[in-house]
Design a protein around this ligand. Structure first.
Ligand SMILES: Cc1cc2nc3c(=O)[nH]c(=O)nc-3n(C[C@H](O)[C@H](O)[C@H](O)COP(=O)(O)OP(=O)(O)OC[C@H]3O[C@@H](n4cnc5c(N)ncnc54)[C@H](O)[C@@H]3O)c2cc1C
Ligand SMILES: NC(=O)c1ccc[n+]([C@@H]2O[C@H](COP(=O)([O-])OP(=O)(O)OC[C@H]3O[C@@H](n4cnc5c(N)ncnc54)[C@H](O)[C@@H]3O)[C@@H](O)[C@H]2O)c1
Length: 480
């Protein structure tokens, strides 16, 4: 291993891998440092996206089995054998490790990888395992950590975060989820479907508060059908005895609930402490580095950030977007460097129904003073939603007002709530990213009855009701 590289990457997760492999492909010398040799691939592969999505898949089979039983398939009662579930989940992680392991990255991708905890020792230098390495640029892609509760009696209950959840020994009888965000809702629904009694405690007055309120309502109603109980605007007071939690509502009423497992999903902590980053000439503010809009440390532009460590977006594909910006900017003269922005970003929460949100939110549109129209389309009378039983679904779209051609306003953002919403929304996301107008959807002929046809129906409903008497008269005149 050398001591000088073109770039050093700290962390082997979505952020680190993207930049390391990109730079290696371009022919540069790359050193990747990972503190934990068993955590190559980072959170996404080891304790995040991959195990959670594999678990959701198995849990969905349980839900579908039960649903099928009500049409005469036979008895589909019972609970999951959690060890068998983990066999599937861990087996799928191993499949991905085939192309994301230490050996693979070293031998097939030709990356130099040092296993050990990296700390800065100079402006362009780090120290790992007592060895010093320097590079023109150093990428910090050290991820984030789960935020933790801090109440009395935590030693009396089994507490899980995403870091140990996927190794739980037995399916809990009673599971308490703290936090109604994507981790809590995806995992809560899965455990409910596998056979646990799930209760969710959320401090706000609704779950999934990063989504629109009507979206929270639909998802909560669907999760209640899976048997989940919600304690909104509640606070965890303590664990007074083994497997027991004491909650308090906003009026001060208290209640104890059973919990042989507690999953904490109350957000993440991003901190750059412990990296000795001050030795690179960088000051910490509230334990974090100040980063500019090109993902560089303000105090030292050769120290760059990707993934959760950048602190602006906490998704695997957020890390992918960081990678694109960084790799572009490494080779672009200063005045033309790309700024990182989330105007066309999207995300999907993989509950059933899925929720996929993209582009600008309604508040952002208002803040920017853009004239827009909002479309709220229920799936109640959509043919595919009727045949496949998701009439509760919803599409919300924000279109830029187009005074000349009202049907062709640009798609600024929106949300789809439905089974497979993440797949459905892809055409809307494409239109949004490419700056296309709604006409791209309106004028499309969809194979009947694909799920996405509802996008066109929403526009037809919106614009057919808006045909003015003058246009109608003109049409009568032209008709022959
Ligand atoms: C349960 C769950 C489900 C999720 N589902 C999704 C999803 O469906 N879709 C999605 O887009 N996102 C999802 N996410 C978010 C996603 O997992 C993260 O945003 C993403 O993995 C972050 O990648 P990263 O590279 O920034 O950090 P990480 O993957 O955490 O990588 C950081 C790496 O740096 C190493 N490291 C830290 N400090 C040092 C040091 N000093 N020296 C050397 N190495 C160091 C760590 O060991 C780690 O391997 C989910 C998260 C969770 C918890
Ligand atoms: N499908 C996906 O892409 C996916 C899935 C899981 C996680 N993630 C990523 O991981 C991040 C972390 O997820 P998360 O669900 O932990 O965080 P989150 O911040 O999105 O949600 C946390 C929830 O916990 C609540 N909360 C906070 N403190 C609380 C307390 N003391 N008591 C009760 N409720 C409390 C908050 O009000 C919020 O609703 C997400 O923001 C997302 O970026 C993505």
């Amino acid at each position: 291993m050398k001591s000088k590289y073109d770039i050093i990457v700290i962390g082997s997760g979505s952020g680190g891998l993207g930049v390391a492999l990109g730079m290696k492909t371009f022919g540069f010398d790359v050193l990747m440092v990972e503190k934990d040799g068993n955590n190559i691939g980072g959170e996404c592969l080891n304790s995040g996206c991959v195990p959670s999505k594999a678990l959701i898949h198995v849990a969905e089979l349980f839900a579908k089995g039960r649903e099928a039983a009500s049409y005469g398939l036979g008895d589909a009662s019972g609970k999951a054998d959690l060890q068998k579930v983990w066999e599937y989940v861990h087996g799928r992680q191993d499949m991905i490790r085939d192309h994301e392991s230490l050996e693979y990255l070293r031998e097939k991708e030709g990356l130099d990888i040092e296993i050990g905890y990296a700390k800065f020792s100079g402006r362009k230098e780090i120290e790992v395992n007592g060895k010093k390495f320097s590079a023109k640029k150093i990428l910090v892609a050290t991820g984030s950590r789960p935020r933790m509760i801090n109440v009395d009696g935590m030693e009396k209950v089994n507490i899980y975060t995403n870091e140990n959840l996927f190794h739980m020994k037995e399916l809990p009888e009673n599971m308490l989820i703290i936090g109604g965000g994507p981790i809590g809702m995806e995992m809560g629904q899965s455990f409910a479907r596998l056979g646990s009694k799930v209760r969710v405690l959320e401090k706000h007055n609704r779950i999934m508060s990063k989504e629109l309120p009507e979206v929270s309502t639909i998802v909560q109603e669907r999760l209640e059908k899976d048997g989940i109980d919600f304690f909104l605007e509640h606070q965890l007071i303590n664990f007074p005895e083994a497997n027991m939690a004491l909650l308090r509502d906003k009026s001060g009423n208290e209640k104890t609930i059973q919990c042989d497992a507690v999953l904490v999903g109350i957000g993440r902590t991003v901190s750059h402490e412990g990296l000795d980053i001050e030795k690179a000439g960088i000051k910490l503010k509230d334990k974090k580095v100040e980063i500019d809009d090109k993902l560089r440390a303000k105090d030292n532009k050769n120290i760059v950030f990707a993934g959760d460590a950048a602190g602006n977006v906490l998704f695997s594909h957020g890390a992918e977007l960081h990678t694109t910006v960084l790799l572009t900017n490494f080779f672009t003269p200063s005045p033309f460097k790309q700024k990182f922005n989330l105007d066309h970003f999207s995300w999907c929460t993989f509950t059933d129904p899925e929720v996929c949100t993209f582009g600008l939110s309604e508040d952002e549109i208002k803040d920017r003073g853009i004239s827009y129209e909002r479309i709220d389309h229920s799936f109640e009378s959509d043919d595919r939603a009727i045949t496949s039983d998701y009439r509760y679904g919803k599409l919300i779209l924000f279109l830029k007002k187009n005074w000349l051609n009202p049907r062709n306003g640009k798609i600024l953002g929106g949300t789809v709530v439905a089974p497979s919403a993440g797949e459905m929304a892809q055409e809307l996301i494409m239109a949004n990213q490419q700056g296309l107008g709604a006409g791209a959807i309106f004028n499309k002929t969809y194979p009947y009855p694909v799920q996405t046809r509802v996008h066109k129906m929403a526009l037809v409903e919106k614009f057919s009701s808006g045909i003015s008497p003058t246009i109608k008269k003109l049409m009568k005149f032209l008709y022959h």
